[in-house]
Design a protein around this ligand. Structure first.
Ligand code: PEP
Ligand code: MG
Length: 326
């Protein structure tokens, strides 16, 4: 089986009926890029930059960050690279950055909330990114956006830093797409309005599931509430994809769910454009995609969203359909 997947390394990702999708990989450091190109992923769909901060004993300098971003962009040779700005807080801490003690860190001071508050850190990262942009196809993504104001504030800071660099004569890419993670239920519900502001969405299901079912993603006592096939969650995802498409924008997913073999057929059926996963899953999913008929799965997804009541019912429905014919 694995040998057959290997043959797909240089293939495009398409469904059985010829619908093109993009299969991308997630990375945490520049060292991870080799696995991405080895697997034949078509893009880096999520670069979690917080590891650059966590693997350091002080805030990484603009130049240090620039070198890392440039390295990844060059290695991907013009394929899209989605770099997410710092997602510290929640369960990720920095010894050198004093964060408040919080009762509910996952509902607290984290990600874009820190970036908009501690703008020196954010602006340094944005400058490093903008300077690296000319070495490939850079896209910048903001984590944990909850409101339209936050996205606009982050975008304005980006535009300010870009304008300053351009004025100083620094070469930057003609276009740098700006997107956001959809991982807070409010943004999924309000995706039709967010879609007017962004260039792309990337659905972060690890957090979106946690917040939708109000269940800490690391707490084993409530692990049963991690329900990727629950129709309540599927409705949110479907809404996000439809909202993106209505505005001509890309709908991607970079949570664990994007590489899940029960979820992938449903996501194809709902029209998801890009699937970003661990590099080790890329060829398996590309192989699965080749066997799926997008029209058939559009109907199954519709049935799941409209008629099923539970995670298990959806799972049974998909497994039954996968067995029948893919
Ligand atoms: C997510 O929340 O789904 C996601 C991809 O981000 P992280 O796992 O880094 O929180
Ligand atoms: Mg997240």
């Amino acid at each position: 089986e694995k040998a057959e997947w290997q043959k797909l390394k240089n293939a495009q990702s398409v469904s059985k009926d010829g619908k093109s999708v993009k299969i991308a990989a997630n990375i945490g450091t520049p060292n991870d890029v080799k696995a991405v190109t080895d697997a034949g992923a078509e893009a880096v769909g999520l670069f979690r930059t917080e590891f650059l901060y966590m693997n350091s004993d002080k805030l990484p300098s603009e130049d240090d960050q620039f070198m890392d971003y440039k390295q990844v962009l060059e290695a991907m040779k013009g394929a899209p690279v989605v770099i997410r700005t710092m997602d510290i807080g929640g369960d990720k801490h920095l010894p050198y950055l004093k964060l408040p003690e919080e009762m509910n860190p996952f509902l607290g001071y984290r990600a874009i909330r820190i970036s908009l508050d501690r703008q020196n850190i954010f602006r340094t990262q944005l400058r490093a990114l903008i300077r690296a942009s000319k070495y490939g196809e850079l896209r910048i993504m903001f984590p944990m956006i909850a409101t339209v104001d936050e996205f606009i504030a982050a975008k304005n800071i980006f535009l300010e830093e870009k304008a300053k660099l351009v004025k100083a004569g620094v070469a930057v890419a003609k276009e740098i797409k700006l997107g956001m993670m959809v991982e807070v239920p409010a943004t999924a519900v309000f995706a039709d309005q967010f879609a007017k502001q962004v260039d792309f969405f990337s659905i972060g299901t690890n957090d979106l599931i946690q917040y939708t079912f109000a269940a800490d993603r690391g707490n084993e006592h409530v692990a049963y509430l991690y329900q990727p096939y629950n129709p309540a969650l599927l409705r949110l995802i479907k809404h996000v994809i439809d909202a993106a498409h209505k505005e001509g924008k890309i709908a991607a997913m970079c949570g664990e769910m994007a590489g899940d073999q029960i979820a992938v057929p449903l996501l194809l059926g709902m029209g998801l454009d890009e699937y970003s996963m661990s590099a080790t899953s890329v060829l398996r999913v590309r192989h699965q995609m080749k066997q799926l008929d997008s029209n058939k799965w559009a109907q199954v997804a519709m049935q799941a969203v409209q008629n099923c009541q539970t995670n298990q019912e959806v799972k049974d429905l998909v497994e039954g359909q996968l067995k029948d014919s893919v």
